[in-house]
Design a protein around this ligand. Structure first.
Ligand SMILES: Cc1cc2nc3c(=O)[nH]c(=O)nc-3n(C[C@H](O)[C@H](O)[C@H](O)COP(=O)(O)OP(=O)(O)OC[C@H]3O[C@@H](n4cnc5c(N)ncnc54)[C@H](O)[C@@H]3O)c2cc1C
Length: 369
């Protein structure tokens, strides 16, 4: 007998499942996808959208179209609670949806900073907020001197500051200054050669780095540091790292220490075997995973297989995270920094490779639209 599969979020870990909807329907199952937006934005190209290297339509998947074209149901809403005993999910539009098998790929969010609501401030997630930041920055740049702040000391802050500088430069705005507030230390968790290349690039392009630069709070046009120093900022981007969606803690489900949905080797919740998950929103109990899209992408085929297997009562496959992964940082000036294992190199070839990999990923899954 057909079963009801409910997918929360059409993120990077659900791509293969979204591509398999037609097959699931032909087996007699019902599929419903819930997402707050008709589109899902690919984070790897998000900073490039900020600088206008990419247009929004180049970096987003038309989730709604993909789902509906295959004959399944798309609900534009956010899940606010999972009621595992009743096998129901509550949505922010007041609707309750029942499921036999549930899969969660609802991502992560940037932690809030005191005072962020008072000024022009944009967290880097969801990725679509980079588009809003770009539009607000361009409005400011057309009026006169502007101070732009990026708060964060990791890879996302690096890419966002570099691409913001590109936006400023292409807008011909000579009196704009991009400053990155790096917390303890700029790129503290990355290898020395990456840090050195990134710093050299920023110094050459006039991007300021404040370190140590722990930000305490924001006021309408200021960034206030813990040490009492103040910096003026007309527009601020927050790249402070991410936490898994609060959905699971709010629902009283067992989570990992970071609040991510606890899952076993089969990407399955240990208490409720009909609940699965992937991407930034899970805590993989065998081995904590970095919050990088690479893992979400690697989970795709396993999650897709296990959801089908669970609907059809077949055997599950374990997820093996794999070894070292490749990361390439887009610095926004046509160059990148490549890193895998002990190999690091920079320059245009690094960016070309990233651009090629990212476009290939988009092409593969956009083919469903
Ligand atoms: C600026 C930036 C650049 C990055 N670059 C890279 C990179 O180059 N390479 C890399 O490996 N990683 C990169 N990352 C990390 C990467 O973004 C994440 O690891 C990746 O997005 C995780 O994918 P996901 O599908 O789990 O979550 P997301 O991409 O956040 O997708 C979650 C989806 O769920 C939906 N959703 C959210 N809440 C709900 C809800 N309550 N109900 C229903 N649906 C919901 C959202 O609309 C979204 O479509 C970057 C991160 C940032 C911030």
């Amino acid at each position: 007998m057909g079963k009801r599969l409910l997918l929360l979020g059409g993120g990077h870990a659900h791509m293969a499942t979204l591509a398999s909807i037609k097959g699931l329907l032909s087996q007699g199952h019902e599929v419903t996808v819930v997402q707050p937006d008709d589109y899902h934005y690919y984070s790897g190209m998000g900073p490039g959208m900020l600088s206008k290297i990419y247009a929004p339509q180049e970096i987003r998947f038309a989730t709604r179209l993909t789902v509906e074209k295959q004959g399944a149901r798309f609900v534009r809403a956010s899940a606010t609670a999972i009621l595992p005993q009743k096998k129901k999910v509550r949505l922010d539009n007041g609707q309750d949806l029942e499921y036999d098998v549930l899969s969660c790929n609802v991502g992560s969010a940037v932690p809030a900073l005191t005072g962020q609501e008072k000024g022009l401030c944009f967290p880097v997630k969801p990725i679509v907020s980079l588009l809003k930041a770009q539009q607000a920055a361009l409005r400011l740049l057309s009026r006169g001197p502007v101070r732009l702040g990026v708060i964060g000391g990791g890879p996302a802050a690096l890419e966002v500051a570099g691409n913001l500088q590109r936006l400023v430069q292409d807008a011909g705005a000579r009196k704009a200054r991009v400053t990155l507030f790096a917390g303890r230390k700029f790129l503290a968790d990355l290898k020395g050669p990456i840090r050195k290349r990134a710093r050299r690039n920023f110094v050459r392009r006039g991007i300021g780095i404040v370190e140590p630069g722990y930000v305490d709070r924001l006021s309408p046009d200021k960034i206030e540091l813990e040490n009492g120093e103040n910096y003026e900022s007309d527009l601020t981007l927050l790249a402070l790292g991410v936490n898994p969606s609060a959905l699971f803690v709010d629902s009283g489900l067992r989570t990992g220490p970071d609040g991510g949905l606890l899952v076993n080797a089969y990407l399955q919740h240990p208490d409720y075997p009909e609940i699965f998950g992937g991407g930034d929103c899970i805590f993989f109990e065998n081995q904590p995973l970095e919050k990088v899209g690479v893992y979400a992408v690697r989970q795709n085929p396993i999650l897709c297989h296990n959801l089908q297997a669970s609907l059809n009562r077949n055997g599950l496959k374990p997820f093996r995270p794999g070894g070292d992964y490749l990361l390439i940082y887009n610095l926004g000036d046509g160059t990148g920094i490549f890193s895998k294992g002990r190999l690091t190199f920079g320059g245009r070839p690094a960016f070309w490779l990233k651009d090629w990999i990212d476009r290939r990923f988009m092409k593969r899954f956009k083919a469903m639209e």
